[in-house]
Write a protein that binds this ligand. Structure first.
Ligand code: MEV
Length: 316
């Protein structure tokens, strides 16, 4: 028997990093996905196959001994074998059309689709249970996750989220397009988040003011989203980028891309952890093509995405 599930990637529109310290974040799922197929196998082993390599191990290894980006899948498979008292094994196959490790939610989409496909080999699991499993799996590679990314990959759409109260979907008729430009600099979310923690510890007063400013900005954005005011949203994006510059998650290449985005669209900023990864530019049909052309002229890897409203898809 096989079990298959797919989950979308994500773009953080406003509030990355500050969300780790309790501020509200606004994020959306995007129309790029990870699909995971899980299958019970006779041999007592855990096998994960993906386009970044394979991981084949005996069950019951301490998770701290596994040094692989595929570790969340091992965690999920091992947990299910243990809780279901299984002496069989699990083979998992991962297919992705999300660029990996560049801030577009590839690891959270893996955790959500993996949690769904693997758990449903044994038992009916609800979306809430899948999300809980996915966040636990994500913690094996990034202990301090806010949980925002897995949440939007599970439920899709555009939402506000904070660590204390979880998520609320935003009903917006927004007709914007996001142009994503990829710096192709891989980043580790964990180490960029650790850098921000250090900034906070060394600059407590300034960081606390930035958290207040970000909170206020997010409240303004929630109103602008209701009014579908793309131009003003662009201004808020530019303002949010200034806060990200302050906490040290930007670099020269990202700044160059943001400059191109800000000149050719309503506004552009880093999305996700920063330090590398992607930026996005907010456009609509009046400037979408122009913005893409400007990035392409400078040889930047870029593409446009739309909001995904489906979230997690279960195939059986
Ligand atoms: C990473 O996509 C977003 C961060 O805010 C970390 C998190 O929310 O867990 C940097």
């Amino acid at each position: 028997m096989k079990s298959k599930a797919s989950a979308p990637g994500k773009v953080i529109l406003f509030g990355e990093h500050f969300v780790v310290y309790g501020v509200k974040v606004i994020l959306c799922a995007i129309n790029k996905r990870i699909t995971v197929t899980a299958e019970k196998i006779e041999e007592h082993k855990i096998s994960i196959k993906s386009n970044i390599g394979d991981l084949i191990l005996e069950p019951n290894k301490p998770i701290s001994e596994i040094n692989s980006p595929l570790k969340p899948f091992y965690y999920l498979a091992n947990k299910m074998l243990q809780t279901q008292n299984q002496i069989t094994g699990i083979e998992t196959t991962v297919e992705s059309d999300i660029p990996l490790g560049v801030g577009l939610g590839s690891s959270s989409a893996c955790c959500v689709a993996g949690a769904a496909a693997i758990s449903r080999l044994f038992t009916e699991t609800s979306k809430e249970e899948i999300l809980e499993l996915a966040i636990a799996a994500e913690k094996t590679i990034f202990q301090n996750t806010s949980g925002a990314d897995c949440t939007v990959c599970t439920y899709g759409g555009i939402m506000e989220y904070n660590k204390k109260n979880g998520f609320t979907k935003i009903e917006s008729e927004s007709n914007f397009h996001l142009v994503i430009a990829n710096s192709n600099i891989k980043h580790s979310t964990e180490s960029v988040v650790a850098g921000v923690k250090q900034f906070k510890e060394e600059n407590e007063v300034e960081f606390s003011k930035l958290c207040n400013d970000e909170s206020k900005l997010v409240e303004d954005v929630l109103k602008l989203l209701k009014d579908n005011n793309t131009k003003e949203l662009g201004q808020k994006i530019i303002q949010n980028q200034e806060y990200l510059e302050r906490i040290g998650v930007s670099n020269e290449k990202l700044r160059d891309m943001i400059m191109i985005g800000q000149k050719s669209s309503f506004g552009a900023k880093i999305t996700g952890a920063g330090g590398g990864g992607c930026i996005f530019a907010l456009t609509d049909e009046t400037n979408l093509e122009h913005s893409i052309n400007q990035f392409k002229e400078k040889n930047y890897d870029c593409f446009s995405v739309k909001i995904d409203f489906k979230g997690l898809i279960l195939f059986n």
